[in-house]
Design a protein around this ligand. Sequence first.
Ligand code: T5A
Length: 209
Amino acid sequence: MTQLPSPSAPSDSARPGRLIVIEGIDGTGKTTLARLLADALRESGRDVVLSREPTDGPHGRRLRESARQGRYPRAEEEAALFLADRRDHVERLILPALRAGRWVVLDRYFYSTMAYQGARGLDPAEIERANRAFAPSPDLLVLLELPVEDALERIRSQRGTAPDHFEGRDYLEQVAKHFAAVEHPRLLRLDARLAPDQLLAEVMRALRD
Ligand code: T5A
């Protein structure tokens, strides 16, 4: 069994669980890694919640629909919906799980808003400030990095669908620049061209360290 920090050794006494966030541009393998990580943590005896943003709640469903049908013309309106979706997510799932000592693995979080809505012209620092007012900080932030060309190729060939309205090449280049500028005290940047098992091993090593 993998040795990981004890869940009874809280990083914050108000929330003894752990929050692990996986971020990156579209097609980098976030969902694949999040699932592998959740399984590995469960095998090591942790009580794990795996979740994603946009969520499956009412705001999240509207946002996913906009990725297929056409985006909100105003970036402010889009950012407000992501914020509302996250507020629900934090209140209903993330904070209760952390307070119960569970490990929460998230496929996207507010760094995506900073990067994607930042790429639409909004101020990432302002987005971060608005989110930090209610959203707990991750204990580990994993950033998957992949050239945009490779990401688009994965979306086309492996997902079997055309890129959606969030996935234009120039736009994703801007998003990638915003992700490159993200700072966090426990940030793990990984080359997403590694195999999923290798990526998992890197994350588990970071958690042990
Ligand atoms: N958004 C989201 C915002 O604009 N603001 C926000 O605040 C938030 C939260 C939907 C959109 O919403 C935007 C960003 C998005 O455009 P989403 O549903 O998470 O968000 O969209 P995607 O990131 O596009 O989700 P995907 O599931 O398509 O991409 P993943 O999760 O990064 O990749 P994954 O794991 O599904 O893998 C993609 C393909 O690559 C293969 C897989 O088998 C799959 O075929 N793969 C690998 N191949 C080689 N090596 C690896 N290591 C691989 N890992 C996976």
